[in-house]
Design a binder for this molecule. Structure first.
Ligand SMILES: NC(=O)c1ccc[n+]([C@@H]2O[C@H](COP(=O)([O-])OP(=O)(O)OC[C@H]3O[C@@H](n4cnc5c(N)ncnc54)[C@H](O)[C@@H]3O)[C@@H](O)[C@H]2O)c1
Length: 455
């Protein structure tokens, strides 16, 4: 089948490359010509594990191509996916659908023969109706159907998720369109991935409900973590204790600095706005949004607590900047409000991230970007683990301690155990455990003297 993928961002490029890998003929389109030039030169414009190989194979086998010429790609395709961005609209938090509608208009102009337009972007309920109206108005003669097919992949594990989905949701009442959409995914349901056929509006809402539920789960465990710190309990044990209950499940129960990223915050906001428009207040989700927003900045207080609330003049080393490991995506990363809060308290910030440095430089100011974790902690008064990259899980703790001016670690991802950290001579704070040293840290004259090395 011939497929056009409009938008080659995190979702469009992964989806396009995977669909080509299924055996279809895919043309990926982006209006950003620098992205297309990079792709045609064999460069992948974002970091996603395994993507470079998959793209290279697809291109080599002649099943994957990149272009800015939307019209030709659409004209030749039986299935046209819309995978453009739907960020928060400035000012009101509704999903900004201008990219989706612009794509719809461009697609309309190029339609030839029966074409299924499949919305993969996350869009509010009713957007499919509007996409259909736009195309119908511009091309009353066209033979087309609009399907909702939301995407559930996670950045960092996107290829695995696309190829092994928990479910594929196909939302349409049009039988011909339903068959075409299902045909795209045939290799997957041969492998038993369940397809949920439903109407378009329900499919659109499934995506938002899924993200809002997961965001709620994270926020729930974060609040339980705060309580654990006060009452002398351990959130990791609580999470395990409740997660073993099959009705609850263990995923998304890791306490931390609050959720960020390109989806949860904006999708939560958009769902709340949609509900308000329909006079259905979403009290739980409103609370989740507020709790999560305040949490990110509040994490800076964990750092200042180690210095009796006074961070002025201290140097803080931040390890991990992206909103999660295995991506270079900095959109709404918790590191941004955290670092701003540290700076507002008068701290100097040094930072390192394995792949997100270039994106981070656009989002942060007055930060000294470092070459590696050990370079970053040098002469720092505190180190904060913000993103749980694999390489931060097995740091040489003695080396870190000896390099730092004060051996203070604030571990916002609970990567280390407090017993271990104490053994290595750190003052250690984590999330959701009273056993970690959350108390005021009294710095030694020089940390290095503590470890026995010369100062
Ligand atoms: N990133 C994720 O993990 C993820 C997961 C599931 C769903 N989604 C949803 O998928 C959609 C895309 O997300 P993303 O992260 O890939 O976005 P992105 O911002 O990384 O990429 C969007 C791309 O679309 C291009 N584009 C915009 N208008 C265009 C047009 N008219 N013609 C051609 N190209 C156009 C942009 O240049 C950009 O390259 C969003 O709705 C998002 O909510 C994202």
């Amino acid at each position: 089948m011939r497929v056009a993928m409009i938008g080659t961002g995190y979702v469009g490029l992964v989806s396009g490359a995977c669909i080509a890998d299924f055996g279809h003929q895919v043309t990926c389109v982006d209006k950003d010509s620098s992205k297309i030039s990079a792709l045609n030169a064999g460069k992948i414009p974002m970091f996603e594990p395994g993507l470079a190989d998959l793209v290279r194979d697809g291109v080599a086998q002649g099943r994957l191509a990149f272009t800015s010429a939307l019209a030709q790609a659409v004209r030749e395709a039986e299935a046209v996916f819309i995978a453009v961005g739907t960020p928060s609209r400035r000012g009101d938090g509704h999903a900004d659908l201008s990219y989706v509608y612009e794509a719809a208009r461009e697609i309309a102009a190029a339609l030839a023969g029966f074409t299924v337009v499949i919305t993969k972007s996350t869009v509010p309920v009713g957007t499919g109706d509007e996409v259909e109206r736009i195309i119908r108005e511009l091309r009353p003669d066209a033979d087309f159907a609009v399907v909702s097919n939301p995407e559930f992949l996670r950045e960092g594990a996107a290829i695995h998720d696309f190829k092994h989905p928990d479910r594929i949701v196909i939302g349409t009442d049009d039988e011909r369109a339903s068959k075409v959409a299902a045909e795209v995914y045939r290799p997957l349901y041969l492998n038993q991935a369940p397809i949920l056929y439903t109407d378009r509006r329900t499919a659109e809402l499934i995506k938002y409900a899924a993200n809002a539920f997961l965001a709620t789960k994270i926020t729930f465990i974060n609040e339980i973590a705060d309580l654990c710190e006060r009452v002398g309990a351990d959130v990791q044990q609580v999470a395990r204790g409740i997660g073993l209950d099959n009705r609850i499940g263990s995923k998304f129960l890791h306490a931390g600095p609050g959720f960020g990223g390109s989806c949860f915050p904006k999708d939560l906001r958009a769902l709340i706005k949609t509900a308000q428009d329909h006079d259905v207040p979403m009290r739980i989700l409103e609370a989740v949004e507020i709790a999560n927003d305040t949490r990110k900045r509040a994490m800076a207080r964990k750092v200042s607590a180690a210095f009796a609330g006074v961070l002025r003049g201290k140097t803080v080393a931040v390890l991990g900047l992206t909103f999660k490991p295995n991506t270079d995506d900095m959109r709404e990363a918790p590191s941004i409000p955290l670092i701003t809060a540290l700076q507002d308290m008068g701290a100097k910030v040094r930072a390192y991230d394995p792949v997100g440095m270039e994106q981070a430089k656009q989002a942060l100011t007055n930060v000294a970007f470092c070459l590696g974790p050990y370079d970053c902690v040098e002469e720092a008064d505190a180190v904060v683990i913000v993103t749980e990259w694999e390489q931060f899980r097995a740091l040489d703790l003695e080396r870190v301690r000896d390099l730092m001016a004060c051996p203070v670690m604030v571990d916002l991802r609970n990567v280390y155990s407090s017993a271990d950290m104490k053994k290595h001579g750190f003052s250690y704070a984590c999330v959701g455990s009273a056993s970690a040293d959350q108390s005021v840290y009294v710095p030694p004259i020089r940390a290095r003297t503590m470890s026995g090395t010369s100062s």
